[in-house]
Each structure stands twice: as C-alpha cells, then as structure tokens.
Design a protein around this ligand. Sequence first.
Ligand code: UTP
Length: 409
Amino acid sequence: MDIIEITKELNTHGQDKVAERLVALPENQQEKLVRQIEAIDWNVVESIHNAKNERAAEKHVEPLNAVEIKDIKENKEKYMSAGLDAIKNGKVAAVLLAGGQGTRLGLDKPKGTLNVGIHKELFLFEQLINNIMDVVKLADAWVPLYIMTSEKNNNDTITFFEEHNYFGYDKNYVQFFIQNMVPSVDYNGKLYMEAEDSLSMSPNGNGGWFLSMIYAGLDKDLRERRIEWVNVFAVDNILQRIADPGFVGATILSGCECGSKVVRKVSPDEKVGVMCRVNGHPSIIEYYEMPEELATKRREDGELEYGFGVILNYLFSLNKLFEIADRNLPLHIVEKKIPYINDDNELVKPDQPNGYKFETLVLDMVEMMDDCIPYEVERDHEFAPIKNKTGMDSLESARELLKVNGIEF
Ligand code: UTP
C-alpha cells in the first residue's frame, strides 16, 4: 500500500490522528509505522465497540472433580514413577511465558529479572531455574525449556540469561521465541502512539504461545526431540514447580489431554479463575463471570463445589496442541496503563489504566481439550505470584512464602 491508500484506510477507521502523524513524518522514517498499520487486524482493534463478552453467553456449568491432595498422597509413588519415566525418556518440555509487560509492577525490564533478594541476589528467573533443576537432578535428565519473550523484552531477557550463565541450566536445552504484538487503543478506540514513528504496541497475550512457537520453527524441534507433553507456566510465580513429576504422572495416567494445577480457594469470592466443566468441556470461569450462587455452592462434605482456582501451570498433550493450533481463541479486551506520546510528542507513562490491550489467553486453550485433570497443590508451597507493587500477590507476599519454604534470599 502507498501512503495515500494507508491514510485513506486510517481515516476510514476513524484514526485521523495517526494518519496526520504519518503524513507529517519525513519519508525515510515512515517505513516502521507503515508496516505496523498494514499488519493491523481491524476486527481486533474495533472489537471494543461490540464487546459483548462471548464467555458470558448461555452456559451449562458443572463441577469438574480434581485430584485432591489426599488422593495425591495415596498415589504418590504411582504418579511420581510415571512422571519421572516420561521426563527421563525426554517426553516432557517446559514453556516459560515471559512475554508480559508487568505493568502492574511498573517495571521497565523483563519481570523475570526482578531481584527478590534482601541478603543476597535472587532473581525471579534464577529461582524458576532452581525449581526446574530439582526435577532435572531427580530425573537425571534435562528438560527442554522454551522461553517466550516479546519484541519489547527479548534482547534484555537473552542478555540476562547469558550474563548469568543460564543460572547453571544447560543452554543447549534453552531456546527463546518471540510472541506477536498488537496495537493498543484509548477508551474511544483511537490508536495510541508511543513514538512519532511507532504505534503503542503490546504483546498479544499468553494464548498465542503455541502459534508463536510454530512461527519460530520450534514445532520441528519439539517433534525432533519426540516431546509428548508440554508444561506451560507463568514467569511471576516464584514457587512454580516446573515439570513436576507427580503432576505429569497423574495427567498421563488419567488419560486426559491436559492437566491443570489448581489451589483450593480460600473463600467463595477469591479472585481466581475456577476450573469446571462448561457445555461438556473442561473450562475456566473467571471470578467476575462466576454467578454468586455457583461460587458459594457447597458439596456434601462442606467444601466449595467450584473450589479450585488455576495458577497458570498447565500440561498439554503435544498431539492435541497441533490439532487445535489453527483454531481461534476468544479475544479479551483488557484495561491497562498504556504509555503514549502526547500532542507535544512527550512520552507519557500513565499511573492509571488509560485504554485497552487485546489479548488471547492460554486458559482458553483448556476449553479446546476433551478433558482436563485439575491437580491440587498446596498454595503455600507452590503459589507465590508477584503481580502488584504491594499487598496481595506482591513482592512482600512472595517473600513471606519464600521464608515458609526455607528459600534463602
Ligand atoms: P499477566 O496476565 O499477569 O500479565 O501474565 P503481565 O503482562 O505479566 O502483567 P500485567 O498484567 O501487565 O501487570 C501472566 C503470565 O503470562 C505472561 C506473563 O509474562 C506472565 O507469565 N504473558 C502475559 C505473556 O507471556 N505474554 C503476554 O502477552 C501476556
């Protein structure tokens, strides 16, 4: 497209300001912006105008039984042996989702580079590597680790791992790949710009991880290594157990295509997505979409019927991932703080949300599975997310849990 066509397209979509800025740019600086505009999927950007939440549509919701801690204890040996067997035979890989921006933490570097230490350095990435190393030692086998970054943090992430010698992980088993970006908009759907020659772009959510692996050619790597199971997990849970043999074993033995680590909710109104079955499929209902009568419903033993929340740690069968790779995930419109340039071309970093980003989420993949086994873990030992600056799910709360687990920092 030439500049005239692009300007016309922008005007058609009500983006006159971007069009003006594009035309005002010297010709030799237009290329980047032009490429970004050409790549825009207007259906995505304009979805805010017809944003009736698809997930809130008529649903038949049923409980989905979890393997609870007491069952896990009883079957520990069986699960561990099946899981370790799979890991030793190189059938399990792990994918670290580290493409997010950590806007709530207000970091301007990759979240995993956060130093949680007080008496000594302990980086988030470092502790995650320590966690997976426990399994590597137990199984006496390396687990291939793929790390998803975004254009914004890829170089910093790779440099950090290089500088720290991969925290002792064998770098032949670590590969990075970059996720896609989408433009962000203000509350009226107008595109934000973060520089005179660039739209405000942000990573497109953690749901695109498998497609991004395919774009990066890593599907061949997975096949060549004869991987059968992929453990996907979030960067910000410092107690995250990765390629946990018990979890892997229980999932394999269950015959399900997917496993999801869950924690018991502390109260009916706790803000976590809950595992259940929707219209016959395993699914996760976000706390804000959960009707109160279901959230408070109790089983005969007094426990909550919908009492298990997800912690962004899933195990997927690779065959199933290939099968669903070309299916569209629902789009989530998320309010975030979006840096932008104002009319004087000064970069503004807002301290309150000022618009929307567009994301697909890995949790929506669960719904594409025929079945999924929720696997209960003890939250004090496995769930210490660092999302906020203070209070709940913050560095402070994670430090408390590191202490509980005897981890020095
Ligand atoms: P969050 O949903 O907490 O997002 O990510 P975030 O970007 O890290 O933080 P906020 O919301 O801006 O404060 C959950 C997990 O998914 C990854 C994150 O890195 C984290 O591990 N993620 C999120 C991606 O890999 N890509 C994304 O586009 C979004």
